[in-house]
Design a protein around this ligand. Structure first.
Ligand SMILES: Nc1ncnc2c1ncn2[C@@H]1O[C@H](COP(=O)(O)OP(=O)(O)OP(=O)(O)O)[C@@H](O)[C@H]1O
Ligand SMILES: [Mg+2]
Length: 374
């Protein structure tokens, strides 16, 4: 239950790359390589961090750097990773993201203006963060929200550009730099997990607004993307560990027993399952009503419907969650399957499909590292 790992193919050192996702409750890694222009899955694995913090599997942790290094080395060894060439995901909570409106000036000028303007939007001293930004291309076919006419009037007078500004806490960068150096990794970039997930579970053809629903241990993160661009994000302060804790309290069983029951029964309609689904529902109802509120606000603001919801994160592996979510959202819901973008042997397809949601971030990072090899 603690680990899953597998070695699927022999590895070719030169082109193998590793995607690393250090989550709050577990570390996930994926190793892929390029063969005849296609990504091939070589090995993958997840390791629960709870036991490194004297907590149970499935619970969120806040580990000191030494423990994180130990865990990362353990999972790399267990999964028989053969490369150090890697990329690393940065948790969304270590970042701040804002879309700001800037005058329509050339990028060179913008580069000087953005850090000054960003001070108004970033609620921490600018010296404590590293800034990155990119211009959001205008949607020519946008129908516009309730303020669209007003917006157009303003933009006719003063042409503007929307700029996505991303700030990462320097503390997080220092922590991950230490992790990289002390683990002897050849890591080319840190990427905020939201972008990794988008790469691994959303097709570049998708134009309509999609919501990614990432249910981790302590939090559920929501991102709404349109044409591959993040338009909105939101964090709900409940996650899958809250389900475990409620089961443990309601049934008067240990946390580890509750975790097992959560994973084996989930929302399945069995005789004993009815009682369980009532308990599970306590946490899920809260999370889904928050998520619905985010969708409704988005729809009001942009006058566009969110057409699809993609469930990712370990918590989304809960049995019966897809029909449950479909019912709550009244929209099409799918489980993210990041392994779809790689070649895998047919006999492990089912295993990978159910493990998929958990590995969305790690796979997205690995895919970027592979792209950047050439
Ligand atoms: N089969 C399963 N059914 C239900 N829940 C599961 C299953 N497998 C894992 N989980 C739950 O998923 C949660 C962990 O999800 P995940 O690994 O995505 O979180 P994380 O990445 O560590 O957290 P975060 O992204 O918030 O830092 C745990 O609380 C665990 O109990
Ligand atoms: Mg995560």
């Amino acid at each position: 239950m603690i680990n899953i790992f597998s070695k699927l193919f022999g590895a070719a050192k030169s082109t193998s790359v590793l995607g690393i996702d250090v989550g709050s409750s577990s570390i996930k890694i994926v190793q892929i390589k390029l063969k005849k222009g296609r990504a091939i899955l070589e090995t993958y694995g997840a390791l629960a961090l709870g036991p490194y913090a004297e907590k149970e599997v499935g619970q969120a942790t806040n580990l000191p750097i030494e423990k994180t290094i130990e865990a990362l080395n353990d999972i790399m060894r267990e999964a028989k990773v053969t490369t150090k060439v890697s990329g690393l995901a940065i948790p969304f909570r270590s970042s701040l993201m804002s879309v700001i409106e800037m005058p329509d000036v050339p990028d060179k000028e913008l580069a000087q203006m953005v850090p000054i303007e960003a001070r108004k939007y970033i609620p921490v001293p600018i010296a404590e963060v590293s800034l990155d930004w990119s211009v959001i291309p205008r949607d020519k076919y946008a129908e516009g929200g309730s303020n669209a006419d007003e917006d157009k009037k303003i933009s006719r007078k003063f042409p503007t550009k929307d700029v996505l500004v991303v700030a990462i806490h320097n503390d997080a960068i220092t922590k991950f730099q230490n992790l990289v150096v002390q683990s002897g990794l050849d890591t080319k970039f840190f990427e905020i997990e939201i972008f990794s997930t988008m790469r691994s579970v959303i097709s570049s053809q998708e134009k309509a607004p999609i919501m990614i629903f990432d249910m981790g241990a302590a939090f559920t993160k929501l991102y709404i993307a349109e044409r591959g661009i993040i338009k909105q994000s939101h964090t709900i302060n409940k996650g899958s560990q809250d389900i475990t804790n409620t089961i443990s309290q309601s049934l008067q069983i240990s946390v580890i027993e509750a975790e097992k029951l959560k994973r084996s029964v989930g929302l399945l309609e069995t005789d004993e399952g009815k009682k369980m689904s009532d308990i599970v529902d306590i946490t899920l109802s809260y999370i889904f009503s928050e998520a619905n509120r985010v969708i409704v606000n988005y729809q009001k603001k942009y006058n566009k419907a969110v057409q699809k919801i993609v469930l990712v994160g370990g918590g989304s592996a809960l049995k019966g969650l897809v029909p449950f979510a479909e019912n709550k959202f009244g929209a099409s819901v799918i489980l993210g399957n990041p392994f779809e973008k790689t070649e895998t042997p047919a006999f492990v397809e089912d295993v990978l499909r159910s493990a998929g949601p958990e590995f969305s971030v790690a796979m997205g990072v690995a895919l970027r590292r592979l792209q950047e090899l050439n």
